[in-house]
Unconditional design. Structure first.
Length: 301
């Protein structure tokens, strides 16, 4: 019988993009790709789009910045490392506040994409500073179910391919149970793909297929990428955008270079979970050597 460990956890979500949150100040408990997949399994584990571990930055290998900052150690549901997650950033800020791990409602958080600010707004929503947003100068493409779409490449600390759909395409009918294709020369490390319906110039609806997680009910960086792609398409250098995703609504303030993401972030449960020291692998899961490799390669949702 496999040895079991008891871990304390919290469960939270931002517009139903959900996460298991772990507290490990000194990084004393190794977190393997197998364990992440176990925690994110919606039938055999807790269930989530990803796992976020709270660890002090000074205990993160390779970190050369302020050591006492809290670091958002984010993993995709498939166990791969990730550089940035906009909904996760807001939920992580909420978690730190509710766990009394910080003494302010305005924080600087360390991530694999650099430093990011998070603050609680008067209405209870969380605002995350998403950093630099880079829109590709040339169109690219996305192919899905036999149709090839023009797309915009956007970098929000992670890669996105944004498709602004024509009115002849019903966003709700797209089958995102399998991943779209994209240009590997533009996205050598993979991409998140957003399909967008433009309701009005600053009012958008979006669905997303996230690398490492599949279709999710929301993607914060994808919402920012969507707003930036629309701003580029209509020739406006800046503006405020409302983006509706299956899990709710998010707002983006974009100045042409950087963006803020505003929306809800809630902790819904706390408890203990029994985690196998070698979480059981299902058929088709990577072998241990492959899982170890996945932990060293950024998945960047």
């Amino acid at each position: 019988m496999s040895h079991m460990e008891t871990w304390g956890f919290a469960k939270g979500h931002g517009t139903h993009n959900d996460f298991v949150l772990l507290k490990d100040r000194t990084g004393s408990v190794p977190l393997t790709a197998e364990q992440v997949r176990f925690l994110c399994d919606r039938h055999g584990g807790i269930g989530a789009d990803g796992v976020i571990r709270a660890i002090k930055a000074g205990h993160v290998p390779g970190w050369d910045g302020e050591p006492d900052l809290w670091f958002m150690d984010y993993r995709n549901a498939d166990g791969s490392l990730a550089e940035m997650c906009g909904n996760g950033l807001r939920v992580f800020g909420r978690f730190l506040m509710e766990e009394d791990l910080v003494d302010s409602n305005e924080l600087v958080i360390a991530t694999r994409a650099g430093l990011r600010g998070v603050r609680e707004m008067p209405d209870g929503r969380m605002c995350a500073q998403m950093g630099a947003v880079r829109v590709g100068p040339e169109p690219t493409w996305v192919a899905h179910d036999g149709t090839r779409y023009e797309a915009t490449a956007v970098d929000v600390g992670n890669p996105h391919a944004v498709v602004l759909l024509g009115d002849d395409v019903d966003l709700s009918l797209l089958d995102l149970s399998h991943p779209p294709q994209f240009d590997p020369d533009v996205f050598p490390a993979g991409a998140n793909v957003e399909f967008v319906h433009v309701n009005d110039r600053h009012d958008l609806s979006m669905r997303v297929h996230e690398r490492g997680s599949g279709e999710t009910l929301s993607c914060g960086t994808g919402v920012v990428a969507t707003a930036a792609a629309q701003a580029h398409a209509i020739g406006e250098p800046s503006g405020d955008y409302a983006v509706t995703v299956p899990g709710g609504r998010l707002d983006v303030a974009y100045d042409g270079e950087r963006a803020e993401l505003i929306g809800p972030a809630v902790i819904v449960a706390r408890g203990e979970v029994l985690v196998p020291d070698r979480a059981s692998r299902r058929a088709g899961d990577p072998a241990p050597a492959e899982a170890a490799a996945a932990e060293t390669e950024p998945g960047r949702p």
